[in-house]
Design a protein around this ligand. Structure first.
Ligand code: 4AD
Ligand code: MG
Length: 476
């Protein structure tokens, strides 16, 4: 008999049917009632076993975490809390879980503790919900772009270029670190390395996506990216996934509209499709915030916040206006900001949070940043000081999306390369698209884990990716 997933067995329509289920025990009460979860949904199926007909040796093995297969008939449940239950007549314990050593007991565990047990934390309600929502978001992103005629492009993971110019790359090499081949002058002979030159893990698929967009019209990459930035924060990973669309003939305004449409569409889709998990996560957040002072708690519950974002147009402000707003703000006047606020600074997270959480109280797109604090490829504005950049900030997260119109003028881009110390021979292929059939184009990058954080309400980025990679940590 094929296994049925519990998500499909929970209403009365299946009463009277004979089914087989398999899953892991959450609880076992009165030697009779098993709450079984198979990961297909948050909820459990109640199994009712016949105490008399089940040998004691078998019953002893039915402990939290044990894997079971059960066969029986679906019946309407007398008990409260579930519509149906499975009257079991064949029960097989596939794998026990010794209660003395199994770490995932039914008591509440801290997220810190569960991070140490990342191989087992999928079995908790919280992580089950997070990873089902993560999947739904992933799928919603692909649907969004596919329905609008974008082609997914698999950009390389190993690359010779530093797209963001931030120098935060992981080296890829097959040379012996203890004894590398050396040239006569004593320096390491990179020509003998696997690729015959320096290679790194990519920080972004953008530059290659641009090449695709300049022929396929509109493409997106959605792949892993790597940053060796030593920032041990709740919003940074060394390995994260990024969604990067790139669109020919689109300017900054089109790019802003696409980013907003994308975010609002995927929110609407998961609000519709993941209600049970989101309701659970919403409650989890309310519980977690109970001890906190009022001003540190969310004003509105998770789903209400997401619904508001899905339904309301984003606000727009230029960088220059944002600096002005910050300088007029209470925390600035009361000297409560840790970092200075003046034209030319990179906005710090305290500034972003004030803008998005206190001033605009919702997502905001900041545009036209100073050229000096943004990447070389962003299109220079007429004022000679700013570039056609955009960052989308959201409450609780800060920067969720970063993008720009791209510099399509060869001479301007060559000058930018010189200013940023990027040798033209490293990016000759990128410059070629400006030599042949160049055109206005734009794109952005959305950090996928930041999106998952935003949607699930989880406060730490390490809790929305199965096995986080952070400084000093690559366990599992
Ligand atoms: O702003 P970033 O650095 O932009 C780029 O990489 C561009 N090439 C994107 C493009 O225009 N195609 O990164 C984009 C987004 C950020 O807004 C943030 O959400 C996420 O990627 N991000 C990170 N997420 C987790 N951990 C990190 N270390 C991240 N760094 C950036
Ligand atoms: Mg950025």
């Amino acid at each position: 008999m094929t296994r049925e997933r519990i998500v499909n067995l929970r209403d009365e329509s299946r009463v009277g049917e004979r089914v087989t289920v398999a899953g892991w025990v959450r609880t076992f009460r009165n030697d009779t009632f098993i709450a079984l979860n198979d990961g297909s949904c948050l909820g459990t199926l109640q199994l009712v076993i016949d105490r008399e007909a089940t040998p004691e040796a078998t019953r002893k093995l039915i402990t939290t975490g044990a894997a079971l297969r059960a066969e029986g008939v679906i019946e309407a449940s007398q008990g409260r809390g579930q519509a149906v239950e499975l009257k079991v007549d064949v029960l097989e314990v596939l794998g026990g879980a010794d209660p003395e050593t199994y770490p995932m007991q039914m008591k509440k565990h801290s997220l810190d503790f569960l991070r140490e047990k990342a191989h087992l934390r999928f079995r908790t309600n919280t992580f089950g919900a997070v990873f089902r929502v993560r999947h739904a978001l992933n799928f919603a992103v692909h649907r969004f772009f596919t329905e609008r005629g974008f082609f997914q492009m698999h950009t390389p993971i190993i690359t010779g270029s530093d797209a963001e110019g931030a120098g935060e790359m992981f080296r890829v090499t097959t040379l012996d670190a203890d004894n590398p081949p050396r040239k006569e002058d004593g320096s390491v002979d990179l020509s003998q390395d696997f690729f015959g030159k320096t290679a790194n893990l990519t920080v972004s698929g953008q530059l290659e996506a641009e090449l695709g967009a300049m022929a396929l019209g509109q493409v997106y990459t959605f792949g892993p990216t790597f940053r060796a930035e030593n920032s041990n924060t709740s919003r940074h990973l060394a390995e994260f996934w990024m969604i990067e669309p790139e669109v020919a003939f689109a300017d900054l305004k089109d790019n802003m509209a696409l980013a907003e449409d994308c975010l609002r569409s995927v929110l609407a889709e998961v609000l519709e499709g993941c209600d049970e998990d989101l309701a659970f996560l919403e409650n989890r957040e309310i519980e977690a915030e109970k001890g906190l002072p009022q001003q540190e708690r969310h004003e509105r519950p998770l789903r209400e916040r997401l619904r508001a974002v899905a339904e309301t147009p984003f606000q727009h402000v230029t960088y220059t206006e944002a600096i002005e707003l910050l300088r007029q703000s209470k925390p600035f006047k009361k000297k409560q900001f840790k970092y200075p606020v003046e034209w030319g600074i990179d906005l710090q997270s305290e500034h972003e949070r004030w803008l998005v959480e206190k001033h605009f109280n919702g997502p905001v797109i900041i545009t036209d940043y100073p050229a000096a604090i943004k990447a070389f490829y962003m299109r220079a504005n007429e004022d000679g000081k700013t570039v056609a950049a955009m960052d989308v900030l959201v409450p609780g997260i800060g920067e969720l999306i970063g993008g720009s119109q791209r510099e399509e003028r060869l001479d301007v881009l060559q000058k930018k390369c010189a200013d940023f110390n990027i040798p033209e021979e490293h990016v000759w292929w990128y410059l070629d698209t400006r030599r042949f059939g160049s055109a206005v184009h734009s794109g952005f990058g959305m950090g996928f884990e930041r999106l998952v954080m935003y949607v699930t309400g989880m406060g730490n980025i390490r809790d929305v990716i199965p096995f986080p990679r952070t400084p000093q940590n690559a366990e599992f």
